[in-house]
Design a protein around this ligand. Sequence first.
Ligand code: 5CA
Length: 440
Amino acid sequence: MRLSRYFMPILKENPKEAEIVSHRLMLRAGMIRQQSQGIYSWLPLGKRVLDKVNAIIREEQNRAGAIELSMPTLQSAELWQESGRYDAYGKEMLRIKDRQERPMLYGPTNEEMVTDIFRSSVKSYKDLPLNLYHIQLKFRDEIRPRFGTMRSREFMMKDAYSFDLTREGAEHSYNKMFAAYLRTFDRLGLRAIPMRADTGPIGGNLSHEFIILADTGESEVFCHKDFVGFDIPGENTDFDSVEGLKAIFDKWTSLYAATSEMHDEAAFNVVPEGERLSARGIEVGHIFYFGTKYSEPMGAKVQGPDGKEHFVHMGSYGIGPTRLVPAIIEASHDDNGIIWPASVAPFDVVVINMKAGDQACDDTCELIYAALTKAGKDVLYDDTDDRAGTKFATADLIGVPVQIIAGPRAVANGEVEVKDRKTGARETMTIEAAINRFVA
Ligand code: 5CA
């Protein structure tokens, strides 16, 4: 992508409305724009990051055996009347009427709709277990939308829904998502700690929130320090192994960890003082097992091996991609801007032409840009005629992991400078070596 032809509206000044660093940096880097309170457009740079986050979520959901579909944002009120949540949900639900005066709503979550899909076609235990997910916009008319896309009214959610014949089966499905979440957040460069959590309007009695520790987090959390160093389940994790996944779940729930709603001061005080961590955190995922809470009122049942009909046991599993992007920034930035983990960086590398219009600089940059693009890399080429200082500041602000800097003096020697955004380390090398770094 040539910056001269891209749309990346950088802000020079710090936006006043932004209270936390991620919101400030997302606005300054031209990643998002508020359209009305708590409702955002994702501008091209932000969209790239969001897509990369979603790609990782999708890969790990698929690895754990979940199957992707797509459900609409607008739902009929009838389904919610069946489950009893239409009245219970309260003012967070945006209710609307269509031209026939039929009550509709902008979905805050999809338990009812997915249960309807399930009951319309699954009739036998032989088709279980089943886990269906989508990545879709939701709407919750939050009282206090704030911190940009961290807590917005319209936001994206990956929501998965599992169906099993028995409680034991449902627990295995829960453990699959539990392990998949540990892997997902790790790949996003985050350390998320599962904590016992309140179930709120979703319901049920088994639930974990996945929390990133951050000073700007909205939740108050209490946990054992050792979680920070626990091993993440590997790529070779066998998601069909009941014992294997149970062992992962047991290990990650063996020490104290709870959000303030579930906090038990006496139990926390049993943890040796030096190992207690009481901090603030950002909830990036939340998983629930709620048994037959929706399947019973909505009549979602299957024939079991005993020939009888059984209401299915369900769970739901949410991740907030539009919250994860600012959460990643909260965890990874410095005074100059964002520092993206390579896995979600909007571009793999930025090529900075320090003197656009200078033939040697232009030729060198074009050569590198073409070679890296051909090698399948996402390359941003700063071909604008801005001052070098402005270009460096922009490259640092948008947080691309590697900068290749082509200035007249180095280029005259057949060389460029390669800068690591995270460490700030700079290395001069031949043009060929710089290319080979990515191509090899
Ligand atoms: N149906 C269940 C799981 S699929 C559910 O709705 N769970 S939830 O309410 O906990 O939301 C799941 C995730 O969505 C949260 O962990 C959070 O990451 C994200 N999320 C929830 N509300 C917002 C919001 N207002 N803004 C941004 N992200 C949000």
